[in-house]
Design a protein around this ligand. Structure first.
Ligand code: NAD
Ligand code: DAU
Length: 331
């Protein structure tokens, strides 16, 4: 099996590449990644070099992506612009990569008749009130930000290519991931690295927003399960019952790092900030037998904190530029 992983040098993509190489010793993985600010070949260090090939390429380039697709058996599509705050201040890159790039990939997959698994997000469903039922495969789309609107657009393209052209694709919509190799612009690594740098972490608004946390390795095992056992054309929700307010998560980070619960700053809220995401993964459990392993959030978070503590050389080069961007936004 030759598998092409778009965005495989990013956070979840690289976690998936490590997982797939470990779990499927007879597979060869080709990582296809444009190495934007979010991509890093260091994320692939430690892998046996005979097990994978790296191609620097842009999914928006018809020739780059077509050639890579022609040479594989199946594609797992992670490549995207992924950060909501960035999408509020520069939406074009999101429209281009998430919509145009997915279109280019779909055309290549159609031409060469390859299996595709498309990675999407729970944000396409908009947000929930605290008492609402969780998102499921039948929740109507209602995206809020340029990021989630472009991910919604990419999901619609994939479904249209399945129905109109018989493309052999599955989709999954996952909740918030945490774990190693996550860019320091994102909530959990930002707070950990602020504390490691001797500064106070930053909470948007009152911290009442709820996210449903899943470890990136559990997301990887779900993707492998769907790739191998999923029904063509179907969508699967991926989540691990990890709902927490941002304030709860931040207070736990502070506690695990030996700080007092009030040692943080409240900063202006994100415009249009989604209140709550929550995933009902019953279909994935019942139909494909998937179960998460990281059911202890405290333990997974401690492991993640330790990873950032032990890998300062990995995150330090991203830190100053990221905080300069946040300073401009007043957050
Ligand atoms: P990330 O920003 O860490 O990584 C994205 C990767 O895609 C980077 O390596 C980047 O270089 C690459 N890339 C960007 N534009 C590209 C292009 N035009 N051509 C080729 N490569 C390109 O993102 P992530 O957090 O790992 O998210 C990966 C996928 O998972 C995305 O599709 C995202 O929507 C989805 N997702 C993320 C989360 C989360 O919590 N982070 C949750 C659910 C779904
Ligand atoms: O739900 C899945 C989505 O999760 C993915 O599709 C996205 O790619 C991923 O980035 C993530 O989106 P969020 O916007 O939920 O994640 P982020 O890490 O940016 O923020 C998590 C929460 O923390 C959110 O409510 C905003 C808040 N926050 C974020 C930052 C960076 C803070 O309070 N302070 C911060 O400094």
């Amino acid at each position: 099996m030759k598998i092409l992983v778009t965005g495989g040098a990013g956070f979840i993509g690289s976690n998936f590449v490590h997982y797939a190489c470990r779990e499927r010793p007879d597979w060869h993985v080709t990582v296809f990644d444009a190495l934007t600010y979010a991509g890093n070949t260091k994320n692939l260090e430690g892998l046996d070099e005979s097990r994978y090939t790296f191609i620097k390429g842009d999914i928006c380039s018809e020739s780059d992506i077509e050639q890579a697709v022609a040479d594989c058996d199946a594609v797992v599509h992670f490549a995207a612009e992924s950060h909501v705050d960035n999408s509020l201040h520069g939406p074009w890159a999101f429209v281009n990569t998430n919509i145009v790039g997915t279109y280019r990939l779909l055309e290549a997959v159609r031409k060469h008749n390859k299996r595709l698994h498309h990675i999407s997000t729970d944000e396409v469903y908009g947000d929930l009130e605290p008492s609402d039922p969780k998102f499921s495969e039948t929740t109507p789309y209602n995206p809020s930000s340029p990021y989630s609107a472009t991910k919604a657009g990419s999901d619609h393209l994939v479904r249209a290519w399945v129905r109109s052209f018989d493309v052999q694709a599955t989709l999954s919509n996952c909740s918030n991931n945490y774990g190693p190799y996550q860019h320091v612009e994102k909530f959990i690594p930002r707070q950990i690295t602020e504390i490691l740098g001797g500064r106070r972490p930053k909470l948007y608004g009152e911290g009442k927003n709820i996210r449903d946390w899943i470890h990136a390795e559990d997301h990887s095992s779900a993707i492998l399960t769907i790739l191998e056992k999923g029904k063509i054309g179907d969508t699967y929700m991926v989540g691990a019952n990890g709902e927490k307010t941002n304030k709860e998560v931040l207070e736990l980070v502070l506690e695990l790092m030996g700080k007092a619960p009030e040692e943080y700053d409240s900063v202006p809220d994100r415009p249009g900030h989604d209140l709550r995401y929550a995933i009902d993964a019953t279909k994935l459990h019942n139909e494909l037998g998937w179960q998460p392993k990281y059911t202890d959030f405290r333990g997974g978070l401690q492991q993640t904190i330790d990873w950032y503590r032990n890998n300062e050389g990995w995150w330090q080069p991203q830190k100053a530029e990221t905080e300069a961007k946040y300073k401009e936004l007043g957050r």
